[in-house]
Write a protein that binds this ligand. Structure first.
Ligand code: GLN
Length: 256
């Protein structure tokens, strides 16, 4: 990349603020994201962060979370994931991480794990996000599709992959809706939590992950409508051409 600037060139606060591009690189250099890797779609999140140059680690035990600034809870099967969380004590570690102000991003099953109320079927969850979730609300395997929707993150429509997605049928007053699909919220934020019922890790568009990393670094306040303009990756090749079907197939196998 021709635009990469040496990290040592801007080590003061004022130098950082004087150039937005520099600050983004600085932010990525020091941010470490943990990806819950007990079951499901964790590898695709890792691949996305690798493409963005963001440091990350797969988390299977509470000690894997040492030094982690932000956590991603991937899609998969939320009942299985919940069992592992409790067995390993990761439920408590995730609550402690959130209580310290650490950012958390839940996608699909991860969104279910964050929700305050879960139905169809009911199951325990971390209860951090003031939302109610209906699992498998679109039916079983049939309900996997790609939609293109407007979001508050970027002017372009976003390609969204839904796989046995839950429906969020209630959001509390502290939840800011960043995108809807078919009338239901599909991307939202509550304080340092980001929630998606679709799978942004399955397209080559890094807009949502970029938003999360910037949010985790304190760059985007919750009241800010603004956009992560200019940060979105332009290509869509990963999903739309060669790898899309393969990814969906793999994820389906993991979410049986
Ligand atoms: N429906 C699944 C569950 O309840 C989630 C599916 C997904 O993560 N793609 O766990």
């Amino acid at each position: 990349m021709a635009s990469v600037i040496s990290f040592t060139e801007f080590n003061t606060e004022s130098a950082e603020k004087s150039h937005r591009g520099h600050r983004e690189i600085h932010e990525k250099e020091r941010m470490k994201v943990g990806i819950l890797a007990v079951q499901g779609d964790f590898e695709a999140h890792g691949a996305t962060l690798s493409r963005m140059g963001v440091d990350h680690v797969f988390v299977r035990t509470p000690s894997d979370m040492d030094g982690v600034d932000a956590m991603i809870l991937p899609g998969g099967e939320s009942t299985t994931q919940w069992k592992f969380l409790v067995e390993e004590g990761l439920d408590k570690a995730l609550l402690a991480h959130a209580a310290r102000g650490g950012a958390t991003f839940g996608t699909c099953a991860g969104a279910i794990l964050l929700a305050r109320e879960v139905s169809k079927p009911e199951q325990p969850s971390l209860g951090l996000a003031d939302i109610s979730v209906i699992r498998n609300a679109y039916g079983r395997q049939l309900a996997s599709e790609v939609r293109h929707e407007a979001t508050k993150l970027s002017p372009a429509l976003m390609e969204m992959v839904f796989i046995r997605a839950p429906i969020i049928n209630r959001t509390g007053p502290s939840v800011k809706i960043l995108a809807r699909s078919q009338g239901n919220p599909v991307l939202m934020r509550q304080a340092q939590m980001l929630i998606a019922t679709f799978h942004p890790e399955l397209t080559s568009d890094t807009t949502v992950h970029n938003y999360f990393v910037r949010m985790a670094g304190g760059e985007i306040s919750v009241s800010e409508e603004d956009p992560v303009l200019g940060l979105a990756s332009s290509g869509k090749e990963l999903w739309s051409s060669e790898h899309g079907d393969e990814y969906i197939q793999r994820l389906r196998e993991k979410t049986e």
